[in-house]
Design a binder for this molecule. Structure first.
Ligand code: AMP
Length: 585
């Protein structure tokens, strides 16, 4: 598997932003990367200024910034000037209601056309933007808005009624709720966003923000405890900009389509910020995945750079290469993928279907931007995530019991993927969780929680997660959050949740449940529990399967051994059982 290589003949990618990897690494400096952007007077920096106002001031305001394609295939276009005006209106909507610098603005919108002005307007007003995934149920939404002390929420009327209204009063900090798609007069305590925007001026002076002022909070999941709010600052825009340039090869003439949902970090960093700072025209499709529709969009919109995910690529592969060949996809210059392991076959399939490989890259919510990439100009080794970005130092390390870490130099030796902190989009903390944040660092490294190997040419190979976190269809799911929702059901005494491999989605969530006295396993109860979890957590997080067990394997300190549940489910060796409670053996 590690021997294959897709060569990029010298001279083929002379127009790439990064032509020679070694030279690019050698010459790179973050100071020069900073200098590519404007900044604000007095050493300030603001993401929206760099994404929008810089282009307008540079005479590029009439270029198209965004094409939003609705489910019905009708589209709406915004130039940089028009998107800037819409962002200004939303910034004014916030400011005129007393929402000020550092206040947290949440969205629960999916790929709604309003999202872009809300995101850019929030940052322009000095607010902190936090997107929520629209397939979340009420529990994950409430948990995240509570941790984030949401002052503002922007959502649709339908989502509000179903997912927020029932518990809204419990969130004292939440003052303003703006609704899209209002069917009549908005429900009590909410404001019609369209009406508020309409009565606001199209001019707004950017609130001065320092590079270290908080701009974004992206929620992610760990193995234990509550979701984690990874804090990112305005300086992150430097990473967004240069990683888009180097790893995605973005140029001002590009039509760029990032298929990630804007409820997650990729959909914000690369679905909005990076292509705009690079002056591209971005494509947004409101509809869900559909094979023919996607190829049609690539062809009709003449997409030049396409950033997607393994689950989608596997679904396209399933539909067969013939469909791809029916479309003229010759405009595509670069196809990149992120979020989960990209099978070597998928990389090679790209060559068959599109005449070019799919370029895997790696990063995570905490890193805020792409860290490891198969660059356009570099040979691709199918199955490898690529090499570190210029300005990013990576290593494979081993943790020791005394808290120290040692770097592993021997090629193709498994260890934890670690990065030397210092790039601009690195998280600055987990909201209100200093200890959890501190634990991510040791020996001058940021420890990613992923297991990987590095080969003798410096390419990184993903091995797996070092923890029990589940990746399903590219979405990170914390088993603890699922277990907690199941435990709320009166029949459940204990729950253990794992990811089970599945060919298209990577993993699917499976729960093991021990019942309380007085309850008996039955198909009806299984269905009831599945329904209960789905209603609370939403379809993206809820388990797809539930199995009953008399007891769940636990450590002597009472923690459920998910590793053992998984090994047993998959028929793998059970490993070290020294901490297993004796009656469980
Ligand atoms: P998230 O924070 O939701 O973006 O998830 C980040 C995690 O997704 C990483 O820590 C990895 O476990 C996984 N991941 C992201 N990109 C890749 C990739 N190219 N190959 C394998 N796993 C990946």
């Amino acid at each position: 598997m590690h021997g294959r290589r897709i060569r990029k003949p010298p001279g083929e990618c002379q127009d790439a932003n990064l032509v020679d990897y070694e030279e690019g690494v050698h010459k790179f400096s973050w100071a020069e990367a900073h200098a590519l952007l404007d900044g604000l007077p007095g050493g300030g920096l603001n993401i929206t200024h760099e994404a929008i106002d810089r282009h307008i001031a540079g005479g590029r305001g009439e270029r198209r910034a965004l094409r939003w394609i609705g489910r019905d295939d009708q589209f709406r276009d915004w130039t940089y000037a028009a998107l800037g005006a819409a962002a200004n209106r939303f910034a004014y909507v916030l400011a005129s209601r007393g929402v000020s610098k550092g206040d947290h603005v949440f969205t629960l919108l999916g790929r709604a056309p309003e999202l872009y002005a809300v995101l850019l307007g929030t940052l322009k007003s000095g607010g902190v933007f936090s997107p929520l995934f629209s397939a979340f149920g009420p529990e994950p939404i409430k948990a995240r808005m509570t941790i984030g002390e949401a002052r503002v929420l922007v959502t649709s009327e339908a989502f509000y009624r179903r997912k927020v209204e029932p518990w809204r009063k419990e969130l004292a900090a939440l003052e303003h709720v703006f609704l899209t798609e209002c069917s009549g007069s908005p429900p009590e305590g909410t404001i019609d966003l369209a009406a508020a925007m309409e009565s606001s001026p199209a001019m707004f002076e950017t609130v001065w923000t320092a590079p270290e002022d908080i701009a974004l909070v992206h929620f992610t999941s760990g193995t234990t405890g509550r979701p984690k709010g990874a804090v990112h600052v305005h300086e992150a825009v430097v990473s967004h900009h240069v990683t888009g340039r180097l790893a995605l090869d973005l140029k001002p003439d590009d039509t760029f389509w990032c298929t990630a949902d804007p409820g997650w970090v990729t959909g914000v960093s690369y679905g909005v910020i990076s292509p705009l700072t690079n002056g591209c025209s971005l494509i947004v499709d409101q509809a869900e995945f559909d094979v023919e529709r996607w190829y049609r969009i690539l062809e009709r919109e003449r997409v030049t750079v396409w950033y997607t995910a393994p689950t989608a690529i596997r679904m396209l592969m399933k539909a067969g290469v013939e469909i791809a060949r029916r479309f003229d996809l010759s405009r595509l210059r670069l196809i990149a993928s992120v979020g989960e392991p990209l099978n070597p076959e998928a990389v090679a399939w790209g060559v068959e279907a599109f005449g070019k490989p799919i370029h895997d890259n790696w990063w995570q919510t905490e890193t805020g931007g792409i860290m490891i990439s198969n660059f356009r100009s570099m040979d691709v080794k199918p199955g490898s995530m690529g090499r570190p970005l210029p300005g990013v130092a990576a290593g494979i390390v081993e943790r020791h019991g005394d808290g120290s870490v040692r770097e592993i130099e021997t090629p193709m030796t498994k260890g934890e993927l670690a990065l030397r902190p210092g790039w601009p989009s690195m998280m600055r903390g987990y909201l209100h969780e200093e200890e959890r944040y501190r634990k991510c660092f040791a020996g001058g490294w940021y420890l990613t929680g992923d297991l990987a190997m590095r080969d003798d040419e410096g390419y990184y190979w993903f091995v797996g997660r070092a923890d029990d976190v589940i990746k399903s269809a590219g979405h990170l799911i914390g088993p603890f959050e699922v277990e907690s929702a199941l435990m709320e059901h009166p029949a459940v005494a204990e729950a253990g949740v794992i990811g089970v491999p599945e060919p298209t989605m990577g993993e699917v969530v499976k729960a093991f449940v021990a019942l309380r006295n007085g309850f008996e396993p039955s198909e009806a109860l299984r269905k009831e529990l599945l329904g209960h979890a789905r209603q609370r957590l939403g379809p993206a997080v809820a388990p797809k399967d539930i199995a009953f067990r008399q007891n769940l394997p636990k450590t002597r300190s009472g923690k459920i051994m998910r590793r053992l549940l998984k090994a047993r489910e998959l028929g793998l060796p059970e490993g070290d059982l020294s901490t297993l409670e004796s009656e469980e053996r």
